[in-house]
Every structure is written in structure tokens, then in C-alpha cells.
Ligand binder design. Structure first.
Ligand SMILES: NS(=O)(=O)c1nc2c(F)c(F)c(F)c(F)c2s1
Ligand SMILES: [Zn+2]
Length: 264
């Protein structure tokens, strides 16, 4: 049976098809601890993250049964650089993880605290000699083939920039359904202006194949969305006639990894 988030096919069962789930030493997500022994360490060399996201004009919005994902057509020129990165990365897709109530849903945690949801912006290293597409990057075994930007969502004011996305959720209620995104979408407007305060560490994809090829950058400042916008995620179906309930993986052991923080 394909993997999912229910008792029968959830994170505790993924090791059966994906042994790295239990044997990997750089798995994601993790609990971002800010005080004590294994806490995130301030690194003054960490620069602001730089994104160049021209408004997308052509994209597909898909419910794949375990998340909803926004994927622009191949021609998109959106790029990422700066922060802890030494190369330029190309934007691939963004998607979300959420819970069935406001006290759970994010994949990363901060001192054990979960946010109601987490937005992932997925990118791949476009300057590597070893691969020239996202799929090749995922399979490359390169420790930084991918870079995923994580943003926590918290409940507050309605997020006008994300409204075009949350308004579309009802159109992809059924698993496997997709719509072509109408008009332009300005992802830059969704993000905080300054991308200076973040945690960064070496990790993995948080869903099978759980490849350990991701440079993670998780921003400190959450993005606000309204209760109605959060509820819209909870009405998306998983393909078995039930809403996707809590499509988040629990935190994984840090092992010998350290987490760097770009802020004090
Ligand atoms: N949640 S995540 O770590 O950002 C993340 N996982 C995956 C994944 F497993 C895939 F197979 C894939 F094609 C992705 F684009 C992502 S993106
Ligand atoms: Zn994700």
C-alpha cells in the first residue's frame, strides 16, 4: 500500500519500504531547540536568504493525496541563493503540511512547540555538474542537491497573498485532482520582507523516499493565516474519503548534527 499518514501507512511504517527512515542519521524534520546543550548555535557568517520569484504565470495546483502542491511550468525562472548556500537553486514546487487542529500540523518544532501548518518551498541546485533536473537531484546522493525553505503558519489575520491558494483548495478536494492555476501568483508577497532570521541544518525529504539531500532553512517568523484559511486545508481529501489528517512526520533524532541560527 502506498505510504500516507494513517495508522496503517504512516511515518512509523515507512521504514518497511524506506529503511533510511530508521537507519538515516540526517533525517527530517527535527525539533529546533534554542537553549541548552544541543541548541541551535548563532553563526554570524550566515547571510540573508535571497529569493528571486517573478510572479508565476502558468502552474498546476494538485492534491496528491498526501499534500497539496503548487508546481509552475518547467520554464519558470524563480531562483534562490544566499543564506548558507554557495550555489544558485531553481524553484521546483511548494506544498504544505497541516494538522486537524491549531495545536499540531507543522513538521519542524521550536522547543517542542508545533505550529498549525508549515509551508515548504522546494528548490534544486542548478549549478551542479552531477544533475540537470529536480528528479535527478533527488536521486543524486548529493548532500545539498535540494534546498527547502520552511515557513511556519500561525492563525491570525487573513493572509491576502495566500488567498488565491486557499480559495483553490475546494477545487482540489478529491485526491488526484488538479487545476491549472488561474492567472498569476506572486509567491514573494506571501513571504516576510526580510529573510534574515532562520535556522539551517542538513537533513532529508520528510516524505518517502526520505532522501538525505536537503539543506534545510526554517524561518523564525511565522506567516499568519486566518482560521477560515486553516479550515480550508482540513477539508482536502486523502483519497480514502477522509480529510488528509495531519500530514506531518514527527521529529527525527539529531545524531551528530548541529543546527545553526542566523540570529542571536
Ligand atoms: N516535505 S519535503 O521534505 O519538502 C519534500 N519531500 C518530497 C518528496 F519526498 C518527493 F518525492 C518529492 F518529489 C518532493 F518534491 C518532495 S519535497
Ligand atoms: Zn514538505
Amino acid at each position: 500500500a502506498p505510504w500516507g499518514y494513517s495508522k496503517e501507512n504512516g511515518p512509523a511504517t515507512w521504514h518497511k519500504d524506506c529503511p533510511i527512515a530508521n537507519t538515516g542519521v540526517r533525517q527530517s524534520p527535527i525539533d529546533l531547540i534554542t537553549t541548552g546543550q544541543t541548541c541551535a548555535k548563532y553563526d554570524s557568517n550566515l547571510k540573508p536568504v535571497i529569493v528571486s520569484y517573478p510572479a508565476f504565470s502558468e502552474a498546476t495546483f494538485l492534491n496528491n493525496g498526501h499534500s497539496v502542491q503548487f508546481q509552475p511550468s518547467a520554464g519558470n525562472l524563480s531562483e534562490l541563493s544566499g543564506g548558507p548556500l554557495t550555489k544558485k537553486y531553481k524553484f521546483e514546487q511548494f506544498h504544505f503540511h497541516w494538522g486537524n487542529n491549531d495545536s499540531e500540523g507543522s513538521e519542524h518544532r521550536v522547543n517542542g512547540k508545533m505550529y498549525p501548518a508549515e509551508l515548504h518551498l522546494v528548490h534544486w541546485n542548478s549549478e551542479s555538474p552531477n544533475f540537470s533536473s529536480f528528479q535527478e537531484a533527488v536521486g543524486s546522493n548529493d548532500p545539498h542537491a535540494l534546498c527547502v525553505l520552511g515557513f511556519f503558519l500561525k492563525v491570525g489575520a487573513e493572509n491576502a497573498s495566500l488567498k488565491p491558494i486557499t480559495d483553490l483548495l475546494s477545487k482540489v478536494k478529491n485526491a488526484g485532482s488538479s487545476v491549472s492555476f488561474p492567472g498569476k501568483f506572486d509567491l514573494k508577497a506571501v513571504l516576510p520582507e526580510t529573510l534574515t532570521d532562520y535556522y539551517t541544518y542538513d537533513g532529508s525529504l520528510t516524505t518517502p523516499p526520505l532522501a538525505e539531500c536537503v539543506k534545510w532553512i526554517v524561518f523564525k517568523e511565522p506567516i499568519e493565516v486566518s482560521t477560515a484559511q486553516m479550515e480550508a486545508f482540513r477539508a482536502v481529501d486523502d483519497g480514502h474519503g477522509k480529510p488528509i489528517t495531519g500530514n506531518y512526520r514527527p521529529p527525527c533524532p539529531l545524531h551528530t548534527r548541529t543546527v545553526a541560527a542566523s540570529f542571536k
